[in-house]
Design a protein around this ligand. Structure first.
Ligand code: SAM
Ligand code: SF4
Length: 329
């Protein structure tokens, strides 16, 4: 899969459900309306779709959401997809999770060939954690999930959204804590996606500022690691771990973009920050042959846009109307 700008697309992120047991302040509104169940693809259909991408040369598959581990029977899908790891066609099967169900699933994930996971955790303070998730999340459960992940041999990277006047005073603590646990950590700037009953301009904290500040406390050297993704990493001499920065607002990273995103209704977004999308559910449901589906994938890749242009809107309108939980973060 090669797009019009010569970028090889090897990475698919799939939002397997738009539902979640948390309501993080930057991600969802308190009273979210979720998709009617009948609009959501079955696990078998998601498997067929992902497998069509593997046929087209996909190397890395990430399940996300909403919260992927709250989708019923999700392990059936993961177990089935692991056949592509066994065949050597797929290099990596991974997921991004809020960690609430990890204690239950960590062993099964490892048994399916999952080697690394991203776990989102924005605060180490139980009260703040509860506030960020609007009272739905419990830090102790996530920490138990992280212990289970380590026990299962999964490599963990923590994702933390950096928010002004919320967790900006915890950034050093998070780095030190992750260092002690053997976890890398990536900080993410809030992106203006979907209506969230809040003020984006209040939340936005430019990571360029954070990085400058961190350089006064920690010895940071640019990492040689290049994931082909949006994260820029530094090695932290004091902890021996890496810290990444995802800066969609203050720094564009589109030139090396290698990914596309699929929603749980079978809509393919060729860019996180653009509205253009391709329907894959129609071709999928045309019949048993994968030909219409493969043709639709080829046509979609052929119109992947060059990049996005997020701006924090001072009238508080999201730059992209759909929530991150729909497209998958
Ligand atoms: N529920 C899972 C989780 O929280 O890890 C997976 C889905 S979540 C949408 C994926 C990632 O997107 C999380 O790390 C979350 O912090 C991030 N995210 C959600 N909304 C965001 C926003 N508006 N700006 C930046 N990051 C966001
Ligand atoms: Fe749920 Fe993840 Fe969004 Fe938080 S960031 S509300 S855990 S989907």
């Amino acid at each position: 899969m090669i797009d019009p700008f010569g970028r090889t697309i090897t990475y698919l992120r799939v939002s397997v459900t738009d539902r979640c047991d948390f309501r993080c302040v930057y991600c969802m509104a308190e009273d979210m309306t979720f998709l009617p169940k009948q609009d959501v693809l079955s696990l078998e259909e998601l498997d067929r779709l992902c497998s069509a991408f593997v046929k087209r040369g996909l190397k890395k598959l990430r399940l996300t959401g909403g919260e992927p581990l709250v989708r019923r029977n999700i392990m059936t899908l993961i177990r089935s997809l692991s056949r592509h790891l066994d065949s050597g066609e797929l290099r990596e099967l991974t997921l991004t999770t809020n960690g609430s169900q990890l204690a239950r699933y960590a062993q099964d994930l490892a048994a399916c060939g999952v080697r690394r996971i991203n776990v989102s955790m924005d605060s180490l303070d139980p009260a703040k954690f509860s506030a960020i998730t609007r009272g739905r999340g419990r830090l102790d459960k996530v920490l138990a999930g992280l212990d289970a992940a380590r026990a299962a041999g999964l490599k963990v990277k923590i994702n933390a959204v950096a928010m002004k006047d919320f967790n900006d005073d915890e950034i050093d603590d998070l780095i030190a804590w992750c260092g002690g646990q053997g976890f890398d950590i990536t900080f993410i700037e809030t992106m203006p996606m979907g209506d969230i009953d809040g003020y984006r301009t209040d939340q936005y904290l430019p990571l360029t500022q954070v990085r400058e500040r961190l350089e006064k406390t920690w010895t940071l050297t640019p990492s040689t690691l290049d994931t082909g993704g949006p994260s820029k990493y530094v090695d932290v001499a004091e902890t021996g771990q890496r810290v990444g920065f995802i800066t969609p607002m203050s720094n564009h990273f589109c030139d090396t973009c290698n990914r596309v995103r699929l929603t749980c209704t079978g809509t393919l977004f060729m860019c996180l920050g653009q509205e253009d999308a391709a329907d894959l559910r129609g071709p999928l449901r045309q019949g048993e042959s994968d030909e219409p589906l493969l043709a639709a994938i080829d046509a979609a890749i052929a119109r992947k846009p060059r990049g996005h242009d997020f701006v924090i809107d001072h009238n508080n309108r999201p730059a992209v109307a759909r929530h991150m939980s729909v497209t998958g973060g």
